[in-house]
Design a protein around this ligand. Structure first.
Ligand code: ADE
Length: 752
């Protein structure tokens, strides 16, 4: 390693490429450039070693560097690219080994220098590009799927090798030989002439994954306007390479442009094919559960499809020797099926029998709310149960009592439990007229539209009016999710969830009239008031979220998009969960990968099917983020986040101030196995409430809204929007609406 000089202008040019530095005020760049040291490496020299503490950022000026994870080359970085960015902000282990692939020159900045200059305090925390948006959800997959092309053994081998060597693919799925073969089977061949972009950055048609058979492709990414190089090259992809794997996970605009630099042949597969393949594993699990369900005579009245639906929806729970599954006299709504281990059935203190797989108990709970007739105690080393509760059972299949009355052939009406507005809510609607609403200001902007502060001129009350552009909803295929957002919102009635008062349907726009929370977004408040790391605040907001989730989960609603951006404060500082855009009524499992990458649970990334347990994972991430100032798996790209998530929370270095109670709460929530997360285990949310971190915390007062909030926002009156900083320029562009005449929006309005 050696040092040499370079002009300040040249240094600033290279540093301006680093994503992190785009968040610095421009006037800080010269100082930063001065602190950069120019370093040189010989081909083969190791620059950074995997799993060692990272302390430096490098921006390549000349030459290239290889990135290796577990001794596997995963990428090559070229001039203008950089590595070690997160090392500038915190003490983290390096996740890859970086070696000079040729003789190489780079600019290096150490964390010590960065901190000494005070630059970590000058970073703009939310900029337009850096705002964490949700991904996935709703969009209808209508991508064309072609017939598989025939393949020679050599071609099959090339594709299989490419799949196995794609590190990102191994992050999102375990690719054993059977799965690799299944993917190879369905792929079709396409020819790409020289000069043609096969993928365009920002493209919304992002449904395919490619393996290069022959020819080559250039990867490029548009730069910000300040750069004099409009589309810098990021790398070359040749025969045996593969790309586009993020599209296998969810719908998201393409992140780069990929252009053929020679006539090329590629193999193609679509997201839907990949998802279908991963779902087959779930199908095997369902068949296994079905065998057990079929052995329970209490389910004899169910038809075969109903049994299968039940089998697919059952949750797993494990117990250890001596644990009580439930106690005589206790009330409960769960039915249990024993699939591994042995239990003792105890009545009035005496064992009456023992049960092994597939024994079942608690069946009366599916019919009546009666005290348990016996105690069930685990007597084997461990025991595994499948369970379902009365509410899920009735949403999925109907009441067991009605099922018993109908004929064995499955005919005769059985009413499923309707997911309906909360009791007493009918009075809540039809009171406010759209024409009486006057827009007073802008509160926020989202993908589909904006949220405005409005006044009801009839009585002077103020509300938040969320507008959804029908044009945008239809072009992005989100009709069902918008209707679901409204229905889910209608079902909610909790002081910890923003209330819906009315919905309106106008020519170009759908409107949701919502409870107003003028204290602002929790994320903005944390940044403005620097509340990061303040434990009393984190405890209060986490507790509020627990109570919000308790309410949603009691109605079988998964929220799926927890983050500080989706928590609002009211004038007093009470916390309210908002934005049901990704929420879903789900008594069993669901398969759409969606949410915000920093908050993705591992089962969501693996497309294994997920349930309410994903929300408890996100609560763990939120706890970490509020206390540490950044989410635990934070990385520059979504794929890097997913790779860290799959390695698990145990690989994360917890900052000193989180050691102990916060660490154990986060680890209890972010368990890799969904059924092992606190709140998914016996005891439910009590397992969170009783955590040592909450010792002395009054959950009763919290639930009654009588606990004094730790931070009181400054709100002058019910029209004061000073805590919001949305700008008109951030409003999404208008998308023209052509009514598809399907009647998709006919039930949207509660009143005119
Ligand atoms: N209620 C629902 N959304 C809101 C927002 N963005 N700001 C204030 N109150 C709201």
């Amino acid at each position: 390693m050696g040092c040499a000089g370079s002009t300040s202008h040249e240094r600033q040019f290279f540093l301006s490429k680093v994503e992190l530095f785009k968040r610095l005020p421009e006037e800080e760049l010269p100082e930063l450039a001065k602190s950069a040291v120019e370093v040189s490496y010989l081909k083969g020299q190791v620059i950074i070693e995997e799993n060692t503490p990272g302390e430096k950022l490098f921006v390549i000026k000349r030459g290239s560097a290889g990135v290796e994870i577990n001794n596997r080359r995963v990428a090559t970085l070229q001039a203008g690219e950089y590595f070690g960015e997160s090392a500038l902000l915190r003490n983290e282990q390096c996740t890859a080994t970086i070696t000079a692939a040729s003789s190489m020159k780079a600019l290096m900045i150490t964390r010590e220098d960065f901190m000494n200059l005070g630059l970590h305090t000058k970073l703009e925390l939310v900029d337009k590009l850096g705002k964490r948006g949700a991904v996935g959800g709703g969009a209808v997959a209508n991508a064309e799927i072609k017939e598989p092309s025939s393949k020679t053994p050599a071609e099959r081998e090339l594709i299989a090798k490419a799949l196995q060597e794609n590190a990102n693919l191994s992050t999102i799925a375990t690719l054993d030989t059977d799965r690799v073969n299944a993917i190879v089977d369905v792929m079709w061949k396409e020819e790409v002439p020289i000069g043609k972009p096969i993928i365009k950055e920002g493209d919304l048609q992002a449904d395919y994954f490619y393996v290069v058979q022959s020819g080559s492709f250039q990867v490029s990414k548009a730069e910000t306007a300040s750069s004099d190089q409009a589309t810098p090259a990021l790398g070359l992809l040749e025969a045996g390479s593969s790309f586009g794997e993020l599209a296998l996970l969810y719908f998201a605009p393409r992140a780069a442009t990929i252009t053929a630099t020679a006539d090329a042949v590629v193999w193609v597969t679509a997201r839907q094919q990949f998802k279908d393949l991963l779902m087959k594993a779930n199908e095997r699990e369902t068949q296994e559960n079905l065998k057990h369900v079929s052995k329970c005579d209490c389910f004899n009245p169910l038809t075969e499809p109903e049994k299968k639906e039940l089998a697919a929806a059952m949750h797993e729970m494990t117990f250890v020797k001596g644990e009580l599954v439930f106690e005589q006299g206790e009330r409960g709504t769960q039915f249990f099926l024993l699939v591994e281990g042995e239990v003792s059935v105890i009545k009035d203190g005496k064992e009456v029998t023992t049960l092994k797989a597939t024994g079942y108990f608690g069946e009366l709970a599916l019919e009546r709310d009666e005290p348990r007739a016996a105690t069930i105690k685990v007597i084997s080393q461990s025991a595994k149960m499948l369970w379902v509760d009365k509410e899920s059972f009735e949403i999925l299949i109907g009441s067991l009592e009605d099922l018993k009355k109908r004929g064995r052939d499955g005919t005769g009406a059985v009413k499923k439990l309707q997911v309906a507005p909360s009791a007493g809510d009918t009075k809540r609607f039809g009171n406010i007229r759209f024409k009486d609403l006057k827009v007073l200001g802008l509160l926020g902007c989202g993908g589909f539209g904006a949220v405005f502060l409005v006044e009801d001129l009839g009585n002077g009350e103020t509300y938040a009016l969320k507008n959804l552009s029908k044009g945008y909803v239809v072009t992005s295929g989100m009709q069902n999710s918008v209707i679901s957002e409204k229905n889910v919102q209608l079902m909610c009635d909790s002081p910890f969830v923003v209330k819906l008062y009315e919905t309106f349907n106008s020519a170009e726009t759908l409107h949701l009239l919502l409870e107003l929370a003028l204290g602002g977004e929790l994320y903005a408040t944390y940044n403005k008031k620097n509340l990061w790391g303040q434990e009393p605040c984190a405890k209060f907001y986490i507790a509020g979220t627990v109570l919000a989730f308790e309410h949603l989960h009691s109605k079988k609603i998964i929220f799926r998009d927890l983050k500080p951006e989706n928590l609002l404060l009211n004038e007093q500082g009470h916390v309210k969960l908002t934005d049901m855009g990704l929420a879903k009524v789900c008594p069993g499992k669901t398969f759409t990968t969606c949410g915000t990458p920093d908050y993705f649970a591992p089962e969501l990334i693996a497309s294994k099917g997920h349930n309410l347990a994903v929300d408890w994972w996100t609560l763990g991430i939120l706890t970490f983020e509020l206390c540490a100032g950044h989410p635990p798996f934070e990385s520059t790209t979504p794929m890097q986040i997913y790779a860290k998530v799959q390695k698990g929370i145990h690989k994360i270095l917890f900052p000193k101030k989180l050691k102990g109670n916060i660490e154990s709460l986060v680890k209890g929530l972010c368990h890799a196995v969904p059924s092992e997360r606190l709140a998914m285990k016996k005891g439910g949310t009590q397992n969170i409430k009783k955590q040592p971190w909450f010792t002395g915390f009054s959950w009763d007062e919290m639930a009654k809204f009588t606990l004094t909030p730790p931070y009181k926002p400054h709100v002058k009156n019910k029209k004061d929007i000073a805590n919001f900083s949305a700008k008109k320029e951030d409003m999404p562009p208008q998308v023209d609406y052509k009514d598809p005449k399907t009647g998709w929006d006919k039930d949207f309005a509660t009143s005119e």
